[in-house]
Design a protein around this ligand. Structure first.
Ligand code: RET
Length: 276
């Protein structure tokens, strides 16, 4: 048998169905989840600490950015301790020459805690970028709603069947929603940031490009891991770990350090956030 869980039935006649294959987290994956939990916790403390160096009416980016790593720490704690994970049952039809087709069953772990995390943190990341650009409420709301649709349809794709359009249909819908998000950032966000000119325009361009490259890696990793099942659970965990640390901690550190050195950032936000 090609099954990884087949050690107990090697002597059974082949007329019996193949036993299911389990694709689950290993030691490396678990250790990676714990490491990222620690990184997110330390980053949350550091970002919160940085907020005390500026007056409260200038802390909106510190507030949003600290929340992003706090939510990530919660999500990684859940996953490291075995919460927020479910088995996705996949039935694959296999055809063989000379003998009847067989059905191969796979149970692959899906860490749905990620999608809960992303539903909250990707809108907050977008909010950071939109406020930096000085985008109006209407465009911010549209970008965030498209983003939430992207994540939730991605969650449905992760549990989608492969015998009908479910999985790749939801994936396609999610990618279209992602294009709507990019549209708002690249078109409206960029135009608003450019109209501010100078340091803010330059910094928005760099941070948005960094975001665009990192975010685009997520659907690619998903395609090889959840999608085509060519990547093990542990490798999937490691890919997302690197991306999450860069997209949340790298992004946040860059934003908050620049906030301290570029005085024009967030100059007009006082009225909305806090007076003083
Ligand atoms: C999925 C799969 C379906 C297609 C698309 C996806 C996009 C996900 C993105 C996630 C970004 C996550 C971040 C997390 C925190 O740091 C859901 C993977 C388009 C863009 C930035």
């Amino acid at each position: 048998s090609s099954s990884t869980a087949g050690h107990h039935h090697t002597s059974l006649p082949s007329i019996l169905p193949d036993s299911p294959e389990y694709q689950t987290v290993g030691e490396t994956g678990k250790r990676t989840l714990w490491v990222v939990f620690v990184i997110m916790t330390l980053a949350s403390a550091a970002f919160a600490g940085m907020s005390w160096t500026v007056p409260i009416n200038k802390r909106i980016f510190h507030f949003i950015t600290t929340l992003i790593t706090i939510f990530a720490a919660l999500s990684y704690f859940a996953m490291a301790t075995g919460h927020g994970v479910a088995y996705h049952h996949i039935v694959v039809n296999e055809s063989h020459p000379h003998v009847p087709d067989t059905e191969h069953e796979i149970y692959r772990q899906v860490f749905f805690a990620r999608y809960i995390d992303w539903t909250v943190t990707t809108p907050l990341l977008l909010l950071d970028l939109c406020l930096l650009a000085g985008l109006n409420g209407a465009h911010i709301l549209m970008a965030i709603i498209a983003d939430v649709i992207m994540i939730l349809t991605g969650l449905f794709a992760a549990f989608g069947a492969e015998s009908n359009p479910q999985k790749w249909g939801w994936y396609t819908i999610s990618c279209i929603a992602y294009l709507v998000v990019i549209w708002h950032l690249a078109l409206h966000g960029r135009a608003m940031a450019m109209s501010k000119g100078g340091n803010v325009a330059r910094f928005f361009g760099a941070l948005a490009a960094f975001t665009l490259i990192l975010w685009t890696a997520y659907p690619i990793v998903w395609g090889f891991a959840d999608g085509a099942r060519r990547v093990s659970i542990d490798a999937e965990i490691m890919c997302y770990a690197v991306l999450d640390v860069l997209a949340k901690v790298g992004f946040g550190a860059w934003l908050l350090i620049s906030h301290a050195t570029i005085p024009e950032i967030g100059l007009e936000l006082g009225g909305f956030w806090a007076h003083g």
